[in-house]
Write a protein that binds this ligand. Structure first.
Ligand code: 6PG
Length: 472
């Protein structure tokens, strides 16, 4: 449609996410423009726009001209070099004070570079995380903005209008400086990977361990979703076990290859945590298990060498499922604890100045990791904003104490029967290590000093010490 009134905001990239977000904005009364160099995407937008007033074009210069000055334009294009190439295409037509918002899953370090490069040209840049998939973009995502507060204030009305709401509160708020929006979205995805891994392990235990069929699995997850485990990922899991394949008439889940792909955000979380020296073992493990799933040949060859029948679960089924539920809930708390511990350190190291409570609050709706548990996490940070680890929270620790025995029982039984549950094991290992007054790290110090003269600290004197340990 041709443009008469200048548009309040424009979207670049009219794939499903971009189109849905544009339609969402239009439905909330904003005058919007969409640009994509692919005419097919523009046509798709026109079909979906129906009666709505949406301006569109395949010409980037015309797109920029459609926007009210100073302009605000939101990029929904794949992360990586495409973001830079779109920025390059835009630059000749932009003016001082224009604002580019990158709403893709960009790597936070790229966001820092883009922000400072554009600043030298007088262009503002915001990195915002958007979660909720295609449905969320259309009907209410969770949005994680970071960067200049003044730039955020320019677009907060539209973001607040289009996001999911929890108790009428929008699932967006200004979160912090610099690349914090993309860092937070990255950690969101790391948590997402880990929870998905834990859920898939419970599926394996119930399928191969208990022999439950798909309808029973659907019922278990649907039942779990009614209680403490209530969350988007548990809900969709119950739906997945109900889905029938159009092609075979059987349950679709059994026609899907057991190899998990990834776009890399979980790997970035693990990598960033290593860089900041924050332990996030269950997130690391979730990335590793996706990687391991890809080694199909090796898995088949090993399975032929290390033949061992899956043992049977001795615990009565009903009791086992209850313990498994409690173990999963404990695992989920531990995963959020790892993610928030990483955010806390990043906030200090990168001067993001984050409110962990605000992050938990906007994750309660719209995003993939939304869960009832986030209400308790919000309360934990509300009570103590500088809480370094959620497992110390007075409102969460009684639950962890109550359920940790279930997690332990599930892990120990499963070791016997031989079903791989490294995610649940890592969650338990993390808890056991953190609640350990003493760790064998003294031996590691001694070994380092023995072979590398790296020195060690003593418990009875300050300073660094070295010993000639004998034969090297
Ligand atoms: C979201 C999702 C979204 C996307 C992930 C999937 O919050 O809406 O996290 O960002 O689905 O990038 O990640 P993988 O492809 O790496 O599993």
């Amino acid at each position: 449609m041709a443009n008469k009134t200048p548009c309040e905001i424009g979207i670049i990239g009219l794939g499903v996410m971009g189109r849905n977000m544009l339609l969402n904005m239009a439905d909330h009364g904003f005058t919007v423009a969409g640009y994509d160099k692919d005419p097919n995407q523009v046509n798709s937008l026109r079909m979906e726009a129906e009666h709505r007033t949406i301006h569109d074009t395949v010409d980037i210069q015309a797109f920029v001209a459609m926007l009210r000055r100073p302009r605000a334009m939101l990029l929904l294009v794949p992360a990586g070099p495409i973001v830079d190439s779109v920025i390059q295409d835009l630059l000749p037509y932009l003016e001082q004070g224009d604002l580019i918002i990158d709403a893709g899953n960009s790597y936070f370090k790229d966001t820092d570079i883009r922000t400072s490069n554009l600043k030298t040209k007088g262009i503002q840049f915001l990195g915002i995380g958007v979660s909720g998939g295609e449905y969320g973009a259309r009907h209410g995502p969770s949005i994680m903005p970071g960067g200049s507060k003044q730039a955020y204030d320019r677009i907060h009305e539209v973001l607040e209008a289009i996001t999911a709401k929890v108790n009428h509160e929008p699932c967006v708020t200004y979160l912090g400086a610099g690349s914090s929006g993309h860092f937070i979205k990255m950690v969101h995805n790391g948590i997402e990977y880990a929870i998905m891994q834990l859920i898939s392990e419970t599926y394996d235990l119930m399928k191969r361990g208990l022999g439950l069929h798909d309808d029973q699995l659907r019922d278990v997850y649907s039942e779990w979703n009614k209680g403490e485990l209530n969350s988007y990922l548990i809900e969709i899991t119950s739906h997945i076990f109900a889905k029938v394949d159009d092609k075979t008439g059987k349950k679709l889940i059994n026609a899907i290859v057991d190899v998990a792909k990834q776009n890399g955000t979980g790997m970035w979380t693990a990598k960033s945590a290593m860089e900041l020296q924050v332990p996030v073992p269950t997130i690391d493990l979730a990335v590793t298990m996706r990687d391991l799933s890809v080694f199909v040949q090796e898995r088949h060859a090993s399975s032929a060498i290390y033949t061992r029948a899956i043992g049977s679960i001795k615990t009565p089924h009903k009791q086992f499922i209850t313990e498994l539920r409690d173990a999963l809930y404990t695992g989920m708390i531990i995963v959020y604890a790892q993610g928030f511990a990483l955010l806390k350190v990043a906030s200090d190291q990168y001067q993001y100045d984050l409110s962990l409570e605000a992050i938990a609050r906007i994750w309660r709706g719209g995003c993939i990791i939304r869960a009832a548990l986030l209400n308790d996490i919000c309360a934990a940070f509300h009570a103590k904003s500088d809480l370094s680890n959620l497992i110390l929270a007075p409102n969460l620790s009684p639950k962890i104490k109550e359920y940790q025995e279930s997690l332990r029982k599930i892990v120990s039984q499963t070791v016997e029967i031989g079903i791989p549950i490294p995610g649940l094991m890592s969650a338990l290992g993390y808890l056991d290590a953190l609640r350990s007054n003493w760790l064998p790290a003294n031996l590691v110090q001694a070994q380092r000093d023995y072979f590398g003269s790296h020195h060690y600290e003593r418990i009875d004197a300050k300073g660094e010490f070295h010993t000639e340990w004998g034969e090297k």
